[in-house]
Design a protein around this ligand. Structure first.
Ligand code: ZN
Length: 292
């Protein structure tokens, strides 16, 4: 099994992940208003050209996440900058570069806001303009029935280089929230249904091209919030191992081919201990369920 690590666009951070055995890197671009993103002048530093960069994540603003996603003009501008950068990082092997972009609205809301057709058109155009990139659409946590609309969205376009991302932390939050609302499936509600991590894998089967593997807990005061978002899996924690076993069994039995990117927060991004911890936990679980 190969493990991808996520890193900022900064050489020392990337090197720390590679020294810890990462097999590839997903670059997280930050807020498009910040200096970092403005620096994206399409000149790639020489040392970056030999790094195993496999994926570029659209710029993300942690405070106002929703403002920078594919449905908005600023999100689309950031998308264009990111995909041009991504193309320049394609290595000599010629394997496609992955792009991760968030979708923050569900299809019903986009339709109501009259942005659905424009968003479809934007993504389809970008996919055709950049055939060497896979555009992978990530869901964010939704409470409505459109929880896996990223899969519906990508399937509707039916283009070979448009796929989805499963984020296991987002999926576990969805399971938690919809579980509470529906008493874990016992009551039905016109607007909500109970969706599980298993649903995430089934809904995205065959169209998922990238997986953000991470955990969620209550450390931020609510399940999956703040510090409880994107947490590592700890081999010494029984509950973590149970959750990870369930996820990796789904991955294996449903025959997923998408790379596993360990998208975990760190106390210090120059010492990515949580990446190493999560990788160890994965290796241990694969030892138990059989290598894949
Ligand atoms: Zn993610």
């Amino acid at each position: 099994m190969k493990y991808i690590a996520k890193s900022q666009w900064a050489l020392p951070n990337i090197l720390d992940k590679l020294e810890r055995g990462a097999d590839g890197i997903e670059i997280q671009l930050l807020n498009p208003d910040t200096e970092e993103c403005l620096k994206l002048d399409y000149k790639i530093p020489e040392e970056f050209k030999i790094l195993p960069i496999k994926c570029i994540h659209l710029p993300l603003n942690a405070q106002t996440d929703c403002n920078y996603d594919i449905e908005t003009p600023i999100g689309q501008r950031a998308f264009i900058k990111s995909i041009i950068l991504a193309e320049k990082l394609i290595d000599k092997t010629g394997s496609k570069m992955n792009i991760v972009c968030h979708m923050t609205q569900d299809i019903k809301t986009m339709n109501e806001l009259e942005i659905l057709d424009k968003t479809y058109e934007f993504i389809a155009t970008q996919a055709m303009l950049h055939p060497n990139c896979n555009i992978n659409i990530e869901n964010v946590t939704r409470r409505t029935m459109g929880i896996y609309d990223n899969a519906v969205f990508a399937r509707s376009l039916n283009l070979p280089n448009i796929g989805t991302v499963i984020d296991t932390c987002h999926s576990m939050i969805s399971e938690f929230i919809t579980g509470q609302i529906t008493e874990y499936g016992k009551t039905s509600n016109e607007y909500y249904k109970f969706v599980t991590i298993e649903d995430a894998f089934k809904e995205n089967k065959d169209i998922c091209r990238w997986i953000h593997l991470n955990n969620a807990n209550m450390d931020g005061g609510f399940y999956g919030k703040g510090k409880g978002h994107g947490v590592p899996f700890d081999i010494n924690n029984k509950e973590d191992i149970e959750k990870l076993t369930k996820i990796l069994k789904l991955y294996k039995t449903l025959d997923f081919k998408a790379p596993l990117c360990l998208e975990v927060r760190e106390d210090n991004y120059l010492h990515s201990e949580n990446f190493s911890k999560t990788r160890r936990a994965c290796e241990e679980v694969f030892k138990n369920i059989g290598e894949y």
